[in-house]
Each structure stands twice: as C-alpha cells, then as structure tokens.
Write a new protein. Structure first.
Length: 258
C-alpha cells in the first residue's frame, strides 16, 4: 500500500476516534455499487457475500441478475427468492448491490399504537437528530399486513430496473411477526441509495419477506442507529464503467422501488 494511502487511512481513523460517541464502537455504512447503477441495468457484481460479511451484520441488497431480495440482521443473511421462498445466503453468492453495517442502536422505543408505513417513517423522522446523517432502522414486531415484492431473475442483455419492476412479484403477508430492516439516506445521497427509507422484511419463521412496499404495524420495538460515515465500493467491470450514472433519477427510483 503506498504511503499516501496509509496516511489518509490513518488520518481518517484518528478523526473518527476523536469524534465518535465514547460508548459506541466506531462503525460505518459499507455499500457496494449504487442504486443508479441498478437503474441502468448493472446487475452483476464480483464481490461475494462471504466478503461482505466482514463489513456488517445488518442490511439489505440483492443478488446477481436480481435473483430476489437480501435481508440481514443479527449476523444472519437471507435470500427471498422470486417465488417467495426464503433460504440462507451462501458465502459464494455474488451480488451487484448491497448496503450493510454493524448495527449498534442508540435510540430505542416501544411502538404500542398501530401505524402504517407513512406514520412509521414520520415517527422516525421526528426522533432522529438530523436529516443529514445516515440511519439504520430496525423494527421487531407484529404486523397486520406487509406488502412486499421480489424480482424475477433476469437474463442478459439486462433491462433497466424500471422495466424489471413493472413485472415484479408482490406478496400480501397478513397477521405476521417479523423484522423490518433498512436505512434512511439523506436527500443529497440520491444516486447512491434511495433518498429517504429503503426497507426489507423477514417473518420470524423465515418463511416470507422481501422489499417493503406498504405495511400496517400493530405493535413493535423500534431501534435506530445513526452514523456520519459511509464507504462506497464501486465496481470496475465494463458494465459499470460504461453506465450513464449522471442526472437526477429520483422519479425513476420512486417508480421502481416504491
């Protein structure tokens, strides 16, 4: 490693050590690729989940060719397949996009009153210290309903995420217990991840889940972890290098993800 890179890394580590909260370990969000790359049909990656485990025990993502949805918490990674079945993620599985961190909540609250997705997001927005930081969000609870989606595995040449989402597979889960996992990214991070909330779900029996489109929470336990640090690992394959990633794509993201 060149001395310049060693110096920059050492300086960054010292800065974090001086500014982190003393009762919480140093940590950062670790993300592979960008959501705009998915929009452009960059659907294959080279990193394996065995490598990603080293950077977080909590998060979400997908798989090469968009073969379902990934949800992770408590160090366990799960794949919600396009047919709705759930299986543990194998270490050799590769992915084009994922966001993880080592979850360490600094805000927790019991949610005793029923609320839908908009009310839950509004509640969290009132609790966070600033809309300009990054937040990991977890809710363990009982849900009257959760509407989720997965995406069918694609074939090359890959279509855009907008075209894929037009044929997504949706599931209506009712009267289930489970865990909601995801992130809140600031508006200025559009292009990296979804601005606002990006949430995945897994039932307690590990039998169903997916990317969250709507929900009705009966009651649960909310935990939020904030961080000011994010590391983005960009692909270097030909598809990513040739992709057009400029421009404001928030409208397209809303259509594809919400």
């Amino acid at each position: 490693m060149p001395w310049e890179e060693r110096f920059v890394r050492a300086f960054h580590a010292l800065h974090l050590q001086r500014h982190h909260e003393p009762d919480r370990p140093l940590h950062e969000i670790y993300q592979v690729s960008t959501v705009n790359a998915l929009l452009e049909g960059v659907l294959d990656g080279q990193m394996t989940y065995g490598e990603l485990y080293q950077h977080g025990d909590f998060g979400l993502g997908t798989f090469n060719a968009l073969d379902g949805e990934m949800v992770a918490f408590d160090g366990a990674f799960w794949q919600v397949k396009p047919d709705g079945k759930v299986q543990p993620v194998a270490e050799n599985q590769q992915f084009p996009f994922a966001t993880v961190l080592f979850f360490n909540a600094n805000y927790q609250k019991t949610l005793a009153a029923p609320m839908d997705l908009a009310a839950l997001e509004a509640h969290i927005n009132e609790a966070i210290k600033s809309p300009n930081l990054f937040y990991a969000v977890r809710v363990d609870g009982t849900f009257e309903r959760v509407r989720t989606r997965t995406i069918k595995r694609q074939s090359e040449p890959y279509p855009s995420l907008l075209d894929v989402a037009a044929n997504q597979v949706e599931f209506e889960l009712t009267d289930v217990e489970g865990t909601l996992v995801g992130f809140r990214f600031p508006d200025f991070a559009a292009g990296l991840n979804l601005p606002g909330y990006h949430l995945h779900f897994l039932t307690s029996d590990h039998q169903a889940g997916g990317h969250v489109l709507a929900l009705e929470l009966a009651h649960g336990q909310l935990a939020v972890d904030d961080t000011s640090s994010i590391h983005v690992e960009l692909p270097t394959d030909a598809a990513f290098l040739a992709a057009r990633l400029d421009g404001d794509r928030r409208d397209d993201l809303d259509k594809a993800e919400r």
